[in-house]
Design a protein around this ligand. Structure first.
Ligand code: SF4
Length: 491
């Protein structure tokens, strides 16, 4: 498809969403129409910067200096190591509108994405973001609990340990691991990271249990932070051993070095999985000299992902309000309005969270309730029971060049079907609408997956987007077809 044809396709899609014409699923709600208006407004903003942005190579993650080519331009991804000041987040939204197409996303791992940058605008965008004072995390992905430092139910503050691992991985063997290798340092507490995939995971001993996930709005009395206890180290989905916190950074760096020895694309799941018990033994042998290390056997306990939506108690009298943009996507105007409202309500920070969440920190209870209502008016989800939380959807066509169906627009329409049969699906995003077989929005299996194919939507039950579809569903009539499925096969 020519660049002009793509541009016309995008313009057509925006127009269809703006005036409510087009296929049935394109009847856009008010926030979507506001988004379309923003996209149009953005075309009047000149793109600056003579330098073309280097584009992320295949297999690497998009970053601020190296965005990734997608169907609607370049996509830059930012990971924050901690909360952003509301004003900085509002400024980021303004830059996304000035330099991109005004659409931002929160990913399943809790990163921010800015869409629709161009080769000319991306360097200027990166430079301007660098001036905002955001706590941008660079280098190896070492992820700590989003409420770390504020959640008194955390077993320990994971931030110093995460920082030590990140610093150690800037040089030496650990610096040579594959770009997508992820380390999780889970402090437990209200929003544990047990459901977040990781090559290497550290967690407090008490939280290595199937009950590790999903405690929030009505949590019990606070516990003391920084209970020293032992940490449990797992890798590639297998338990490796227990060790003292003081040894944890060195142990993780040693395992990263071992991983790097197996090649620039090596991942822990493959290293451990291919060797079975021997694979884990390989890791334990590398940790033999770690003081206090005790081997543990077995698979990492399965745990549901924590739900960021809702009210989470912080220090006495203060709360974090968990919100989420529908399907992870929001307009720059909505984010800027939310950030300004958060500041006006007394918030002292906003931090993205796994599960496509945004946590507004430091609110009094009354302020949180008022902000929750206001955020809902801006299109943010505030209720964990919202049916849209049970649907994962990638941008799909036309935003992604690989998209064979308009995944997000379909997902909006399908939310009604999910709402109509609330008991049909288990909790979590188990209806997956994927623009193509890559399955970016939800790599795991889902109860129902609709995957974009040239001839329509492929239907996969209890599988992933790359599994062979059972049958093909035509796009017109898709919503009633899914409703029937929910009411019969899964009801
Ligand atoms: S699943 Fe396919 S269509 Fe959707 S974002 Fe990924 S590559 Fe694009």
């Amino acid at each position: 498809m020519s660049a002009r044809a793509k541009e016309e396709g995008r313009a057509g899609a925006v127009a269809a969403r703006d005036d409510g014409s087009g296929p049935p699923w394109s009847a856009a709600p008010a926030p979507e129409r506001a988004e379309a208006a923003l996209v149009q407004a953005r075309s009047t903003v000149p793109h600056a910067g003579p330098q073309a942005a280097p584009v992320a190579r295949r297999g690497a993650c998009p970053t601020l200096p190296e965005p990734m080519a997608t169907g609607d331009g370049l996509l830059a991804r930012l990971a924050l190591a901690g909360p952003a000041a509301p004003g900085s987040l509002a400024a980021l939204a303004g830059l996304a509108l000035a330099h991109g197409n005004g659409i931002l996303e929160v990913t399943a791992r809790g990163k921010l994405q800015v869409r629709g940058l161009t080769a000319a605008s991306a360097p200027a965008f990166a430079a301007a973001v660098g001036e905002l004072g955001l706590p941008i995390r660079e280098g190896l992905e070492v992820q700590a609990s989003p409420l770390a430092g504020r959640d008194r139910r955390c077993a320990f503050d994971p931030r110093p340990l995460a920082a030590a691992i990140a610093a150690g991985a800037r040089s030496g063997p650990a610096s040579r691991v594959a770009p997508k290798v992820a380390v999780v340092v889970d402090g437990g507490g209200l929003l544990p990271l047990a459901g977040l995939p990781a090559d290497i995971r550290l967690a407090p001993e008490a939280d290595i249990s199937p009950a590790g996930g999903g405690r929030s709005e009505h949590a019990g009395p606070p516990e003391a932070q920084d209970r020293p206890g032992g940490l449990v180290l797992s890798a590639g989905g297998r338990l490796v051993g227990r060790l003292p916190p003081a040894e944890a950074a060195a142990a993780v760096l040693a395992l990263l070095g071992l991983l790097a020895e197996h090649g620039p694309a090596a991942r822990m799941a493959a290293l451990v999985g291919s060797g079975g018990a021997e694979g884990v033994a390989l890791l334990r042998a590398r940790l033999a000299a770690v003081a206090g290390f005790q081997p543990l056997e077995g698979p990492e306990p399965a745990a549901a992902a924590a739900e960021p939506l809702g009210l989470h108690p912080l220090e006495p009298g203060r709360f974090a309000l968990g919100l989420a943009p529908a399907f992870g996507q929001m307009s720059a105007a909505a984010l800027a309005a939310l950030a300004r409202a958060a500041a006006a309500h007394g918030a002292d920070g906003i931090v993205p969270a796994p599960g496509r969440g945004l946590l507004v920190l430091g609110l009094l209870a009354g302020q949180a309730e008022s902000l929750r209502a206001l955020a809902a008016g801006l299109g943010f989800l505030a209720d964990p029971a919202d049916p849209r939380r049970r649907i994962a959807a990638c941008p799909g066509a036309p935003a992604c060049a690989s998209g064979r169906l308009p995944a997000r627009l379909l997902a909006e329409a399908l939310a009604e079907a999910v709402a109509a049969v609330p008991a049909a699906l288990p909790a979590g995003p188990t209806l997956h609408v994927s623009g193509c077989a890559k399955g970016c929005a939800h790599p795991a299996a889902a109860a129902i997956t609709l995957v974009g194919l040239d001839a329509g939507a492929g239907l996969v039950l209890q599988g992933t987007a790359c599994d062979a579809p059972r049958r093909l569903l035509p796009l017109d009539g898709l919503v009633p077809a899914v409703r029937r499925l929910l009411e019969t096969d899964l009801g």
